[in-house]
Design a protein. Structure first.
Length: 237
C-alpha cells in the first residue's frame, strides 16, 4: 500500500522501500502479539502454527519487540521526522495499540456500532492509514491529494476489518489459514455480531466503493489501490 501510494502520488526511485519494509515489520510484530494467549490466543496464522506455539510465549513477545525496534531503525533512515511521527502516532495509544486495548475491554460485552467502529478504525485501520499516508508523505503529497489518500486509507482500513469479521463468521479454516468462528467464541465486538452478516457486507462494499472514488483526484490510474478494493469485495462473495 505504501509503495502503490508513493508511485500514485508521483514519487520516484527506491526511497519508499525501507519505509515499506518497516511497515511490514510493524504489521508482523502486531500479528505475533495479537496471537498470544493473553490477546486473541490463536494457534494458526497463514495456515501455520503461530509464533508462540512454536517458540513459546516469551520468545514471541521478544520477536515482536525486536521487529518493532527494527522497524523504527529503518524508518529513521528516511530522515523525515514527519514520517516517523506519523507512523508512531498511528500504531500507538491513539491508533493500533489503543484499538487493541478497546477490543480486549469489549470482549463479552454488549457494544454499539459506534464502539465497534472505534475499535476497527484503530486496531486495524490505523496501520493501513499509516501505510497510505507514509507513501504520500514520502512522495511529497499535500493538500487535496493527501486528504484524498487519507480518506482512502480510513475507509479501506475499516472495510478490511469488517470483511475479516464476515469471513471469520462464514469462512473455513482451510481457506483463511486461521481458525474461524473465533470472534463469536470470545464474544468479540464485530459487525456481524451487532448488525448481521448481510448488513455488514453492504456497509463494507459501500466503504470500499467510497475509498476507490477518492482516487479520482489523481491523474494516474491508481490500478493497484483499485485492485485492492476489488479484491476485498470479491473475498465477501
Amino acid at each position: 500500500m505504501a509503495i502503490a501510494t508513493f508511485e500514485l502520488a508521483g514519487g520516484k526511485g527506491n526511497a519508499i522501500l525501507p519505509v515499506a519494509c518497516a511497515l511490514e515489520l510493524i504489521h508482523t510484530y502486531s500479528l505475533i502479539h495479537d496471537d498470544l494467549p493473553c490477546m486473541d490466543d490463536d494457534d494458526l496464522r497463514r495456515g501455520k502454527p503461530t509464533s508462540h506455539k512454536v517458540f513459546g510465549d516469551g520468545m514471541a513477545v521478544l520477536a515482536g519487540d525486536a521487529l518493532h525496534a527494527l522497524a523504527f531503525e529503518l524508518l529513521s533512515k528516511a530522515k523525515n521526522p514527519k514520517l516517523v511521527s506519523e507512523v508512531a502516532h498511528q500504531i500507538g495509544t491513539y491508533g493500533m495499540v489503543g484499538g487493541q486495548a478497546a477490543d480486549l475491554q469489549a470482549e463479552g460485552k454488549k457494544v454499539t456500532i459506534s464502539r465497534v467502529n472505534f475499535i476497527h478504525a484503530h486496531k486495524t485501520g490505523a496501520l493501513m492509514k499509516a501505510s497510505i499516508r507514509a507513501g504520500a508523505i514520502m512522495a511529497g503529497a499535500t493538500g487535496k491529494k493527501l486528504k484524498a489518500l487519507t480518506s482512502y486509507g480510513e475507509r479501506f482500513g475499516l472495510a478490511f476489518q469488517i470483511v475479516d469479521d464476515i469471513l471469520d463468521a462464514t469462512g473455513k479454516t482451510e481457506m483463511l489459514g486461521k481458525k474461524t468462528k473465533a470472534d463469536a467464541s470470545k464474544g468479540k465486538a464485530t459487525y456481524p455480531k451487532v448488525l448481521g452478516v448481510g448488513e455488514s457486507k453492504r456497509i463494507a462494499r459501500k466503504l470500499l466503493e467510497e475509498a476507490e472514488a477518492e482516487l479520482r483526484v489523481f491523474s494516474g490510474d491508481g490500478q493497484i489501490l483499485k485492485e485492492l478494493t476489488g479484491h476485498m469485495i470479491n473475498r465477501m462473495n
